[in-house]
Write a protein that binds this ligand. Structure first.
Ligand code: C2E
Ligand code: CA
Ligand code: CA
Length: 627
């Protein structure tokens, strides 16, 4: 960058203190002169000199005040010139009132002063010209004999002053230029820092602000909430089954899916609503929009509408749903981590209970989640052998009046969280990977109890999805059976259809293995869910357990019994046994018997019982139903 590029305002900036000092000195000098005139002069001299010096002091004083901050180049130039003129006028009056040749030297000294404080060449030349012009006028009027010497001196000094000024100005321009380079470098450094900060704050794949920014934004939002009571909402979104897509179609396909979700998200969010990528397949939204905060359900539905659906990923097309947790923050005394925790609570709730929905956080959800968390903790640290027990429920043949076998139903009485329902603790066990430890313990207990039963009684044992899909667990199950005194033909495993859906071929391989050892396999809860009959042929199933829900309308509508009849017929055609579950009343039992259902399970026969009650139950007189 050349010196020529220096702007007038930059020169003015450097000259401001010089010109102001000049005006201040002039103001003080003429104030003192005014006092001196008042003390020593009178008459016409006092009037002229006093008035001139007083007005010079006031004018330069005003200039000093007026230039207290940087205005522009020409203002400063004008004020410097005005001060020069004031000095010329005062000297002129002094010389005019009482001429003395030595006073002419004032004019010469003046030119040096003008050059020293001059901001521009034209200002200096004009000022010097006026000063020397005034001097020349005086010389030629009153002191012609010294004219030559004085004129010569005046020009010499004027040239020297201007020469010095030019050197001084060049040095100053250089200083300004290098200061500007330094400033520009500083600006560049600041810009680089900003870019670096933005990069550290931005997700490389989607270009969305990342978790770091989210945390900062949350801190600022909480600050605004406590200072200005401005509420906000946080939504955390998680793609359902993203891992599966990533594993099946590859990482680049997964990345392209994330990009598409990000761009849909961007187009869904508008003014006062911002989106982030928290990492992995997790996204977040912060909103200050009162329409969203006031009605979270509407926004949740909008998110679901715009994000869920089919995505085209090159050669593939996948269908995706998105679960989310929504938290509206209204009360300030909370930390960013607390806000995230609540949204994540709601998200975890959605993942567990309402996949594909955006769930709004409530205290009830918090309570439920906390409960599950406590159960999870208790399960991880408990003594499985001591705290778990097995109850048995008979499967009863209405025709022969005999018990076919018992279903083993697990119970947990925890010293820390109390009695927990099996549906709940098995769900927790599956999510906390405890299922693999729990199943062999329960099976061992069930088989130990069954060892004392008559040889013709079977034991039915429930397997969960994780059990069927884990080869290691199947190994353990085979070991436990081998170590028991019970033949595999007496041990039946109950599986549900949903457990088979995830990875059909692995589930089939494992079930084939159990069947190969002589175990029976029952399809549990049959009739709810998908009822995919093709499973019945492709899997080694020997029994259908008709779900309790079929019984709900028995006695109310004649079709209900017909449906059960059709199911029993289906089992018969396929050569399968059939059991109707959840039979509570004699009326239900009679209805089932009338449509050809002979084996039932339920409270009508007996609720699940302790192992030591079994012998007494078996010794009791047979139950029969009329009809
Ligand atoms: P499930 O296999 O469908 O078991 C039948 C459930 O119905 C049992 O609930 C049983 O107590 C209940 N029940 C029996 N008769 C009646 C009746 O007449 N009316 C009504 N309303 N209910 C009846 P429970 O014991 O609470 O077990 C719930 C679920 O927990 C079971 O459903 C099963 O899926 C699971 N489960 C229980 N024990 C085990 C186990 O050892 N391993 C695995 N993986 N799951 C188990
Ligand atoms: Ca069962
Ligand atoms: Ca069942």
């Amino acid at each position: 960058m050349g010196i020529t590029e220096v702007k007038p305002i930059e020169i003015a900036e450097v000259y401001l203190p010089i010109v102001r000092s000049y005006m201040a000195a002039a103001a003080i000098y003429y104030a003192m002169m005014t006092l001196a005139h008042l003390a020593y002069r009178d008459g016409l001299a006092l009037a002229f000199l006093g008035l001139a010096s007083a007005s010079a002091s006031v004018l330069t004083g005003f200039g000093y005040w007026h230039c207290r901050r940087l205005r522009d180049f020409s203002t400063l130039e004008t004020w410097g010139f005005v001060t020069n003129l004031v000095i010329v006028v005062n000297v002129w009056i002094a010389v005019e009132l009482a001429f003395d040749p030595y006073k002419l030297v004032y004019f010469i000294v003046m030119t040096m002063v003008f050059a020293a404080v001059g901001i521009s060449l034209r200002q200096i030349l004009l000022s010097i010209a006026i000063a020397l012009g005034a001097m020349a006028f005086q010389i030629f009027q009153k002191h012609q004999e010294q004219a030559f010497v004085l004129t010569f001196m005046a020009f010499g000094v004027a040239f020297a002053s201007i020469g010095l000024w030019l050197i001084f100005r060049k040095a100053m321009l250089q200083v300004i230029a290098s200061r500007r380079i330094a400033q520009e470098q500083q600006l560049k450094a600041e810009e680089l820092e900003r870019v670096a900060r933005r990069q550290a704050d931005t997700d490389g794949l989607t270009g969305l602000p990342n978790r770091l920014r989210l945390l900062r934004e949350l801190d600022e939002s909480l600050d605004r909430l406590s200072k200005r009571r401005q509420p906000f909402a946080l939504v955390i979104l998680n793609l359902d089954g993203f891992k599966r897509i990533n594993d099946n179609f590859g990482h680049s396909t997964g990345a392209s899916l994330l990009e598409q979700v990000a761009s849909k998200l961007k187009s869904t969010t508008g003014k006062d609503t911002f989106c982030f990528r928290m990492g992995g397949d997790e996204f977040a939204i912060i909103s200050f929009d009162m329409a969203i905060i006031g009605e979270p359900g509407g926004f949740a539905a909008l998110l679901k509408r715009s994000l869920a659906g089919r995505y085209e990923l090159g050669a593939y097309s996948v269908s995706l749903s998105v679960s989310g947790g929504f938290f509206v923050c209204m009360d300030p005394p909370m930390k960013a981590a607390g806000v995230i925790e609540r949204a994540e609570f709601a998200l975890a709730y959605a993942k567990k209970n309402l996949r594909g929905e955006v769930v709004v956080f409530t205290e009830q959800i918090a309570h439920e989640m906390e409960n599950l968390f406590n159960i999870d903790q208790a399960l991880r640290t408990c003594n499985l052998d001591e705290e778990f027990s097995i109850l048995f429920q008979p499967q009863y043949n209405l025709i022969t009046g005999g018990t076919q076998g018992f279903e083993a139903l697990a119970r947990w009485d925890s010293p820390s969280v109390g009695e927990i329902a099996p549906d709940v603790f098995f769900r927790v066990a599956e999510t906390s990977n405890m299922q693999g430890k729990l199943t062999p313990v329960l099976l061992r207990k069930a088989l130990a109890a069954a060892a004392s039963w008559p040889e013709d009684l079977r034991v039915s044992f429930n397997l969960s999805a994780q059990d069927i899909l884990s080869t290691a667990t199947i190994d353990r199950i085979c070991d436990v059976v081998a170590q028991s005194r019970i033949s595999p033909g007496r041990v039946e495993f109950e599986v549900t259809e949903t457990a088979l859906l995830h990875e059909f071929s692995l589930a089939r391989d494992n079930l084939d293995r159990l069947a190969g050892l002589g175990h029976r396999i029952a399809l549990d809860d049959f009739g709810v869910g998908y009822s995919n009959f093709s499973y019945l042929k492709r899997l080694p199933i020997t029994k259908l357990k008709l779900d309790r829900s079929f019984l709900e309308e028995v006695g109310e509508s004649p079709e209900a019994a017909e449906v059960i009849h059709a199911m029993i017929k289906l089992a018969e055609i396929l050569g399968l046994e059939a059991v109707v579950e959840g039979v509570e009343t004699e009326e239900q039992a009679a209805a089932i018997a009338s449509v050809g259902g002979f084996v039932i399970q339920g409270y009508f026969i007996s609720p699940p019982m302790e192992p030591d009650q079994i012998m007494r139950f078996l010794a009791k007189p047979l139950r029969s139903v009329s009809g």
